[in-house]
Design a protein around this ligand. Structure first.
Ligand code: ZN
Ligand code: ZN
Length: 131
């Protein structure tokens, strides 16, 4: 029981951190380094963050060669109705403006009659990874 409460607090620390830095994607090591002395072990952090991915509030992406993963706070409930772009370099996910989303969807629909699913993720390189 004590263990469960402990994990709830650790879970909250991780959510708070990722939520506050939702415009960035982090490896587990980076998360732990950034939150400082939290007492969360790497294996616990890994388990808790994996659970957050299952719960749909954090997204996991492969970084570069796909050998390491980065995690980013993406609340899927609030992400209905717009497309996302994912950088294949750093793994960071960008939310597309809903206006741009409907422009893209409408343009494609009117020229090809194809309806793009709003869960579509556009892959590419972000400004930092372009060079
Ligand atoms: Zn979104
Ligand atoms: Zn990038």
């Amino acid at each position: 029981m004590t263990m469960r409460v402990y994990h709830t607090q650790q879970r909250k620390i991780l959510i708070d951190f990722l939520q506050k830095n939702r415009d960035k994607a982090f490896t587990i090591e980076e998360i732990l380094n950034s939150i400082g002395d939290s007492g969360i072990s790497q294996s616990t952090a890994y388990r808790l963050v994996t659970k957050l991915c299952v719960d749909g509030i954090v997204k996991r992406s492969a970084k570069n060669t796909g050998r390491s993963f980065v995690y980013q706070y993406i609340n899927t409930e609030k992400c209905e109705g717009h497309l996302h772009m994912k950088c294949t370099g750093c793994g960071k996910i960008y939310h597309l403006d809903s206006g741009i989303t409907s422009t893209i969807q409408n343009d494609i629909k009117s020229s090809t009659n194809f309806e793009i699913d709003s869960h579509t993720v556009l892959l590419g390189k972000c400004n930092t990874c372009k060079e």
